[in-house]
Write a protein that binds this ligand. Sequence first.
Ligand code: B1M
Length: 213
Amino acid sequence: MADLTQIAENVIRGQAPKVQELVSNALAEEVPASDILHDGLIQGMSIVGERFKNNEFHIPEVLIAARAMKMGMGLLRPHLADAGVEPLGKVAIGTAKGDLHDIGKNLVAMMLEGAGFEVVDLGIDVSPEQFIDAIQTHEVQLIGISALLTTTMPLMKTTINAIQEAGLRDQVKILIGGAPITQSYADQIGADGYARDAASGADLAKVLIGASA
Ligand code: B1M
C-alpha cells in the first residue's frame, strides 16, 4: 500500500532515486496522480520551503530536494495530464534585463513548481518585450522578476510600465524579488508583491492568484 508521506519524506531528504521508485510504485498501485502530487511531492517541498524560511535548510539542501521533486514530477506529469489535473496557475519568471544572476531566480522557480505552479522560465537578461511575449503566448497569470543589481532594479519598473502600455497589466499579477529589493521599492514601482526569499515567493504567488488565503 503506497505511503505518500514516504514520498514527502524522501523529497525533504533529497533522495531522488527513492522518490522515483516510490512514485512509480504508487502509480502502479493506481493511486491518483493528484494525490501523489499533493500529499507527496508538494507536501515535501512545502516543508522544505518552511525549513528554508526558518534557516534550518540552506541552498544546497533546497536544490537537492528540488531535484528529487523534479524527478518525481517527470514520472507524474503524463498521468496528471491524462487525469486532467490542472496546475495551480501559470507563472513566467526571469531576471531583469541586464542581469545575469540566476541562482535566486532558479530557487524561486523550483519553489513555485513545488507548490504546484506551471513555470515558464524565461532565463536571465529578460527584456520587457520578452515578458510581454510570455503573457501573450503562455497566458500566464503571474510574472516574476528577479534583480540582484542596483543597476537592473529600474528595469523592473520599465517592464511593469511596458506591460501597462501593452494593455496587459490587468491580466497578470507581478511579483518581484532579489537581494536589493524591498517592499517599499515594490510599492513605488507598482508591483503587486515582494518576497524576500524563494519559499515566501511561492506562498505569496498563491495569495496573488487567489489560490490561497
Ligand atoms: Co554578482 N553581484 N555581479 N555575480 N554576485 C552581487 C549581487 C553583489 C552584491 C556582489 C558584491 O559586490 N558584494 C554585486 C551587486 C552590487 C550592487 O548592485 N549593489 C554584484 C556585482 C557588482 C556583479 C557584477 C557587476 C561584477 C562585475 O562583473 N564587475 C557582475 C554583473 C553581471 C550581470 O548581472 N550583468 C556580477 C556577476 C556575477 C557572477 C556571474 C559571477 C555570479 C552570478 C552567477 C549566477 O547567478 N549564475 C555572481 C554572484 C554569484 C554574486 C553573489 C556573490 C551571490 C548572488 C547569489 O546567487 N546569491 C552576490 C553577492 C551576495 O549576494 N552575497 C553578487 C544566492 C541567491 C540564492 O540569493 O539571488 O538574493 P538571491 O536570491 C534570494 C532572494 O533575493 C530571493 O530568493 C532567493 C533565495 O531565497 N529572490 C526572490 C531572488 N529573486 C527573487 C524573485 C522573487 C522573489 C524572491 O519573485 C519573482
